[in-house]
Design a protein around this ligand. Sequence first.
Ligand SMILES: Nc1ncnc2c1ncn2[C@@H]1O[C@H](COP(=O)(O)OP(=O)(O)O)[C@@H](O)[C@H]1O
Ligand SMILES: [Mg+2]
Length: 396
Amino acid sequence: MARDVSSPFMPGQPVREELFEGRQEQVDRLLRLAGEADRGSLRVAFLVGERGIGKTSLAHYVLTAAERRHDVLSAHALLGGVRTLDEMVRRVFDRTLKDSIDRPWHEKLLKLFGSRVRQVGLFGVTLEFAPTHDELAQVVNDFAPAIRQISKATGKAVCLALDDINGLSGSQEFADWLKSLIDELSIAREPVRLFLLLVGLEERRRSLLELQPSLDRVFEVVDVLPWSAVETQDFYRKAFATVGVSVNQDALEMMSYYAGGLPVLAHEIGDATFRHDQDGVVTYEDAFWGVSTAAEVVGRKHVEPKVLSAIKSERYRSILSKIATSLEFEFKAEDVRGRLSEAEKKVWHNFLIRMRELGVIRTVGRGRYQFSNQLHYLFLVMALRGEGQGRWPRRL
Ligand SMILES: Nc1ncnc2c1ncn2[C@@H]1O[C@H](COP(=O)(O)OP(=O)(O)O)[C@@H](O)[C@H]1O
Ligand SMILES: [Mg+2]
């Protein structure tokens, strides 16, 4: 790239506020809940959506806006890979501390946490919540009073996001802990000003409910859905404009088509396109190149190796390319079978079993299947579409 501006796209990181696109309705709902917590009610929401759809970014955006608009302090705990309650609670308070560093209530929290705060890092610049083993066990049990103390000491309501609870959602211990926390807070004589925002995949929400069905009544479910084409194009226009790059309409349409409404893909495509463009005008050619490059990046970064290795089989690839003829998520086995060659028909049955085992597709009715993950699907579409014609992505 000739220019020395850096890419406005940030695949894999929560989006910067000025590039945050769409989600107005969800933002409004979540801010309303934060406001209610501020006024003394306990609120619990569950933000659901597939990987890469923008849950973490939305949670981040809402917490920042809530701090500005209401009298709240926020903490965003990323719990990917966390499997125990102890570790979860440690991270929650660690985040509460770290996220307060540049905030007016920092000193008050430091005083409250007292000797459990340790300075770490070469120059002692990072703070860490480091309780003893026994203290931690106690905070797990006394989570509600701990939140109340934080709220009292700082004079703020607490907005707490438990993000990526995937490793915890199958745990009976976590489900029971959550249930008793909510029960305890609901019957407390003195209200606790807490907005608890759980974030995860829909199937994790369901597994949590299986373990503790009564949680169903307390969660307000907020769905994060794919962007519309208009939102995707808006996002591209905005992002490229921040670095002084304009985008031709046909290029916009191409990028938006292949992103399929999934922000994570929009960033990968935008990033690759930005790096290819030399003259500050994104043309169809640039976008074409960007989409092709992004398909590879997406495959490498986001699709599990076992799926990639399964689709190395030439017959599987050709079957998939026949399924991926439209941007439909669902397909009927019968329809696809009709389009297969004799050789493909021989492996068709095994193909369906294998793809189901790998979680690429799932059954949704008799002889009807659906791709279970938009990332898989779009990667396959992007990578395989037009492969038969010796070139992809397909020209629109
Ligand atoms: N509303 C949005 N506007 C712009 N970019 C977004 C938005 N939501 C997500 N992104 C981008 O999409 C990618 C995936 O978002 P993320 O919030 O990590 O998704 P999830 O938590 O659902 O997996 C990130 O690169 C992020 O910057
Ligand atoms: Mg996330």
